[in-house]
Design a protein around this ligand. Sequence first.
Ligand code: HEM
Length: 359
Amino acid sequence: MTVRGLDDWTFMVSTSINGISVSLTANLLVIATLVLTLLGDFAVSHLLSPLRSIPGPFLARYTNLYRLYHTTRGSFHLHITRLHKTYGPDVRIGPNTVDIDYPEPIKVVFGTTTKQKAEWKKTGFYLSSSTRVKETGEIMYNLFSQIDPELHAKWKRPVAKYYSAAAVARVESKMDEVVDMLCQELDKRVSGNNGQGGIDLGKWIVYYTWDVIGNVTFSQPLGYLREGKDFDGTLLTADKTLDYFAFITSIPWLDYVFDKNRIMRIMRIAPPSFNHIVGLSVGHIMKRFQEDQSTEQKNRDADYLDMFHEARQKWPEVVDDAMVVRYTLSNMIAGADTTSSIIKAAIYYSMMAEWGGKS
Ligand code: HEM
């Protein structure tokens, strides 16, 4: 068998279309160089990568597009379970990404000692959960999205103690208030209806967890249980923003193309973001400021905003107004969808177990 070389090919092209032969040859050379470079890159990353011995789907070894594709289908959680069944406890799901399905390394990876932090740095994965301030264009990082280990430690130190089990117990009464509100609303809608006509429990759990976060952070439920709906569109936007995160965190630099980019924002074609929640937080902080100015005596248990103000007194060199906004924002972003997912899963699997797997 004769393999036709690049020269033969360019010769054929140049003889058949005489006038443009030179540019065609040049283009072919550029394309060939690019292809060879890419192949070389792939070969090198395949042969030299410390992850090369970890099994996984063929494409995932070379490109994060594999993960991005499965994430956009909305079923990566099921896909990854199948991959573990096929490949075992460690699966390479990207050129530099491994998924593990055993809990032992959690303490090491999320460890808080200086040594662990130096060895297990946060990657670009986290950056997209920052927000671009509309007015100034500045990117605003929060506790979750700050990946610089020194800055992260500096920001976290003033508030870390407020997330201990003992500190969380201080706001338990505020959670109980919202549990009561949820029970009343469900009673009204289910029992009050003689048990006729179902409700979408998933939706009510989401209203509940957002109201809990509002109550523990600002001593004010955000109002979803009272209204019985996503009255200000925050929940839909948060949902879409999390969908965007799921997609963009597979290839984090794409966030600078789609979102953290003035042109996209000016043209109003940027993806949904947590900007609205920044506005909500700032509104509550301003309200508290006005309350503090008023002479009327307030009688309520401390909430997270009080704790953040306390942190501002103790750590004035770190905690300013913007940092208080960051802290409240971290609660809002980190505390509502996580808890609603867990509660929904717990109820779903308990019911499935109760009914022997029949839905
Ligand atoms: C079941 C519910 C929750 C789950 C599964 C969960 C999970 C996590 C995980 C895995 C992280 C670490 C992220 C990382 O560094 O890679 C994290 C961070 C964080 N979570 Fe939660 N979380 C939950 C509820 C909450 C709640 C209710 C709050 C607030 C009231 C909260 C506030 C935060 C904050 C502020 C961070 C950032 C901490 C830091 O970067 O140092 N989370 N959460």
